[in-house]
Design a protein around this ligand. Sequence first.
Ligand SMILES: NC(=O)c1ccc[n+]([C@@H]2O[C@H](COP(=O)([O-])OP(=O)(O)OC[C@H]3O[C@@H](n4cnc5c(N)ncnc54)[C@H](OP(=O)(O)O)[C@@H]3O)[C@@H](O)[C@H]2O)c1
Length: 254
Amino acid sequence: MVISMDRWVGKVAVVTGASTGIGAAIADQLVSNGLKVVGIARRVELVEQRSQDLSDQPGKLYPYKADVSQQDQIVEAFTWIEDTLGPVHILINNAGVAKDTTLVDGDYDAWRATLDVNVLGLCVATREAIKSMKKHDVKGHIVHINSLCGHRVPNFPGFNIYPASKHGVTALTETLRQELNFLGSKIKVTSVSPGLVATEMTTLKEMDPEKRAVVDTFPVMSPEDIADGVIYVLSTPEHVQVHELTIKPVGEIY
Ligand SMILES: NC(=O)c1ccc[n+]([C@@H]2O[C@H](COP(=O)([O-])OP(=O)(O)OC[C@H]3O[C@@H](n4cnc5c(N)ncnc54)[C@H](OP(=O)(O)O)[C@@H]3O)[C@@H](O)[C@H]2O)c1
């Protein structure tokens, strides 16, 4: 199998949640591989700063402010991308949230926000990207940033609705693959499932100190480790589809 990013050079990639953590690292690596990358986030000023830092790289980072829990904002984003940069070739559905609440005494707004971003935002962005790919006959690639929590529920306090949202991503990966097959489409879909990564999500200042102490004992990866995995799945030949890539830190225990 020949591994190469060559066919993506100069093409358009969209990364949701590109302001920090895993999404920022993926956007950086796509820019250094020569792609035009649209980095979507609410804190667009962080993406703007990264765009300046990457100005000597072969590709370019285009900051775009949008809230992926809002369908109309995602649709507007993809319209802007198509009109300004051209057809979408790659979508990285990375934006995600984990809220500090419980199921037994939970906060409905926190549950809803989690599902709106992790599940529905991902579905809307996927639909819009595929619309663009189909219109221009692009053999594109959709990558869902899933989680180990999308495959089993770690015995860890207060995960509430997050593992359910990521189990949804596991199902959505296979459902999309089947729908694309029914259409005879060559668009690929991949789920990338990381274990613990040091990001804002896992270093929450407001995290309960007891939980914080448990998390601090776990082995952890960097956002760049996950970005490397994403570059690998994108580098596979057109006829090869990595369905699921699980990435754990050595010594992972939860
Ligand atoms: N960290 C881990 O241990 C870990 C493990 C497995 C999977 N993951 C998954 O990896 C992905 C990235 O998480 P991370 O760890 O890198 O966390 P992070 O640093 O908190 O990044 C989350 C990103 O999502 C964006 N986002 C959140 N809500 C959004 C919204 N409504 N609209 C637009 N963007 C939104 C944030 O941007 P703004 O706030 O600027 O909008 C930010 O860029 C998530 O899907 C997460 O579930 C993380």
